[in-house]
Ligand binder design. Structure first.
Ligand SMILES: [Zn+2]
Length: 204
């Protein structure tokens, strides 16, 4: 009779230890995946994505955009939206469920570092010297963060960003300036998870 409670304790301790190991392994795997160094790419790096503006309305969540959103949130920051209601005339890839808002605060150093580390990783050349390798493999069309925009169709050269609804930065909200989130738009193929970065994640 005395062994039952003790074995229960042992089982509980073991379960806790296993959960901890799994958590640590999970975080190690995620870190490796971010850098892209441990990913095995079976396809060559994709060309720079062309501009594919939103033309329809689609609420369906596809695997690529969800995978990228999950990876970003694992690094830190918060989960913003993917789909946005289609009313209004503004063009937004959110209306086609192929954009993600990664919630970071540009007034906080830690958040600026998170954004910087991500941009540095995806814009770095790969071992073969392909520039912006991971950004191309992820099918990123453009990123807007903290008054700046990086677009695949401009070879990701940073450009000052001010939305057309704002006459100056001073009169512009932190959301419109993208100082409270990083906006990431993906191509249609990327949103579906059909590019090399997404395929490599699945084959892990
Ligand atoms: Zn957005």
């Amino acid at each position: 009779m005395a062994t039952t409670p003790r074995s229960r304790v042992v089982t509980t301790v073991l379960a806790t230890a296993l959960t901890l190991v799994a958590t640590l392994m999970g975080s190690a795997w995620s870190q490796a995946a971010y850098a892209g160094t441990d990913l095995v790419f079976t396809q060559p790096v994709e060309d720079y994505a062309d501009y594919q503006p939103q033309t329809t309305c689609n609420r369906k969540l596809r695997p690529g955009v969800r995978l990228l959103a999950d990876h970003l949130v694992l690094r830190g920051g918060g989960r913003g939206g993917i789909f946005r209601a289609c009313k209004g005339s503004s063009v937004s890839e959110h209306k086609e469920s192929r954009a993600f808002d990664w919630m970071l605060d540009a007034t906080k150093k830690k958040d600026r570092q998170l954004a910087r580390a991500f941009l540095d990783e995806i814009f770095a050349p790969d071992a073969d010297g392909n520039p912006h390798a991971l950004a191309r493999r992820m099918g990123i069309m453009y990123i807007i963060w903290n008054d700046r925009q990086w677009s695949s169709y401009r070879n990701f050269k940073p450009k000052d960003y001010l939305p057309s609804s704002c006459t100056s930065r001073k009169k512009c909200s932190k959301t419109a300036r993208h100082r409270d989130h990083v906006h990431i738009s993906l191509t249609r193929k990327a949103a579906k998870g059909q590019l090399s970065w997404y395929v490599a994640q699945h084959s892990d």
